[in-house]
Write a protein that binds this ligand. Structure first.
Ligand SMILES: Nc1ncnc2c1ncn2[C@@H]1O[C@H](COP(=O)(O)OP(=O)(O)OP(=O)(O)O)[C@@H](O)[C@H]1O
Ligand SMILES: [Mg+2]
Length: 454
């Protein structure tokens, strides 16, 4: 499949030259003379963006950051006539894949495009394969050996044997869908369908007919009769994902399904009996939604028969590394890589990081490292900035961002001592984490009359 390149440059001649050449190389081409047009074209989801730094309406770094927030996640190659080291560092930090100085060497650009294309193809095949793997999640493949995970897994396995309605809650990326599928597979309904409905992804206007189906002629577009997803889940499991996003009028209809186990298709007269096990999930606080009149209290109690709270990764202790190693194994195979281990300092930082995106974030971080680098072991320098800098480190008992009047030197001392404590007094690890040499560390400790022992 031909990949699409978006050229963002205000100079028409440059766009022209690139366009002709890219066409010859077999790419589809989109063009933008300024930042606004580029962001507008982002909805076409280009695979690669060649982005000039100096644009008439905004600077390239802003466009870069914006593009990174849009769906599609294009590979971005920055091009500039005014290269400075700072600029290059900023561009890379904001997620640029490469940085070229104008005038560029055609062969260099060809090579970069070649490796960007490989990267995109790897990404596509890894996504496809993983989607397949996700379909067959059993409890055995739910990774986690922490006390918190062992507890929740054993609860889930027990209720899997019943037909009770389950409400899965937990932060984003904690594995709610993984649990829902594992429960289905462990239940007596496993031979029948597991039907998932994501209430947040389907537009409100379509959600009702998706759930309930319709009879021919129920509305203008209803050419043929269509079975809804609730009906398709008959004798199986219906997974209502992101239930907090379900509009109120549908909440009332779902409540009736739970109470009577029957549905009516839109435009239909007869009631149809359905035998479904319902598992609902949300990352939102339903109690809060109830107070705001956005969620029905009676539905909440109907769903909350068995509440299961999936713990965030930061409460799972060493599971972080277990999960990381699991993803390394999976991705080694998919991407033909041979990463053997995580170096101790990198592992320490990963354990200290708070992982706001939970398991999905671990997966993404490992994937990004393996796609971009062919390495034998993951070291500190491979980790993304937020993990290396410890900016996401969970601070317990302190209000984040609170100001303390403290002299710079005292702060330095406090930080160095905390780092030593964190590494169990391991001087080399501490020095590495602090980004200083062991000699410098020794000099500093000496100056505070703290003995330095290896
Ligand atoms: N314990 C686990 N072991 C292995 N993989 C896991 C585990 N938990 C989650 N994953 C993987 O992490 C990713 C996120 O999981 P999932 O989609 O189930 O999360 P979620 O809680 O439904 O997230 P969201 O709230 O964003 O919908 C998936 O790719 C899933 O395969
Ligand atoms: Mg989910």
């Amino acid at each position: 499949m031909a990949l699409t390149v978006l050229i963002v440059d205000d100079e028409e001649l440059i766009r022209y030259g690139l366009r002709e050449w890219l066409h010859e190389e077999g790419f589809n081409v989109l063009e933008a003379p300024d930042g606004a047009t580029a962001l507008n074209l982002a909805k076409e989801e280009p695979d690669i963006v060649l982005l000039d730094f100096k644009l008439p309406d905004m600077d390239g770094l802003t466009v870069l950051q914006e593009l990174k927030n849009r769906p599609g996640n294009p590979v971005i190659i920055m091009m500039t006539g005014y290269a400075t080291v700072e600029l290059a560092v900023d561009a890379m930090r904001y997620g640029a894949y490469h940085f070229l100085t104008k005038p560029w060497d055609q062969e260099d650009l060809a090579n970069r495009l070649q490796s960007a294309s490989e990267l995109i193809n790897l990404r596509i095949s890894s996504e496809e394969q993983r989607a397949k793997q996700n379909e067959s999640y059993s409890f055995d493949s739910v990774i986690g050996d922490s006390a918190a995970m062992r507890r929740i897994k054993s609860q889930a396995m027990k209720v899997a044997q019943t037909d009770a309605t389950i409400l899965l809650t937990g932060e984003t990326g904690t594995g709610k869908e993984v649990f829902a599928r594992a429960i289905h597979l462990a239940s007596r309904r496993q031979g029948n369908e597991f039907i998932a409905v994501n209430c947040a992804n389907i537009p409100d206007t379509l959600l009702e007919s998706e759930l309930f189906g319709y009879e021919q002629g129920a509305f203008t577009d209803a050419k043929k009769r269509k079975m809804g997803r609730i009906e398709r889940a008959h004798k199986g499991t219906l997974f209502l994902d992101e239930i907090g996003d379900m509009p109120l009028h549908l909440q009332a209809k779902i409540l009736r399904v739970l109470e009577n186990r029957e549905i009516e298709r839109l435009g239909g007269e007869k009631t149809i009996d359905v035998d479904v096990r319902v598992i609902a999930a949300t990352h939102q606080d339903l109690k809060k939604l109830i107070l705001e009149n956005r969620f029905r209290e009676d539905l909440f109690y109907r769903l909350n028969v068995v509440p299961l709270l999936i713990p965030p990764v930061r409460d799972r202790g060493d599971d972080v590394l277990l999960l990381a190693k699991h993803f390394i194994q999976v991705l080694n195979k998919l991407l033909s890589r041979n990463v053997k281990q995580i170096e101790p300092q990198a592992a320490l930082l990963m354990k200290a990081y708070s992982w706001p995106g939970n398991v999905r974030e671990i997966d993404n971080v490992i994937e990004r490292i393996l796609i971009l680098e062919d390495i034998g072991a993951i070291s500190v320098k491979n980790l993304p900035e937020e993990i290396r800098s410890g900016s996401g480190v969970a601070v317990k008992g302190k209000s984040n961002g609170g100001f303390r009047p403290i002299a710079l030197e005292d702060l330095e001392k406090e930080h160095i001592l905390a780092t030593l404590k964190f590494t169990n007094q391991h001087k080399k690890n501490a020095a590495d984490l602090l980004g200083i040499s062991r000699k410098t560390l020794k000099r500093k400790l000496d100056s505070w009359n703290i003995p330095y022992t290896e």
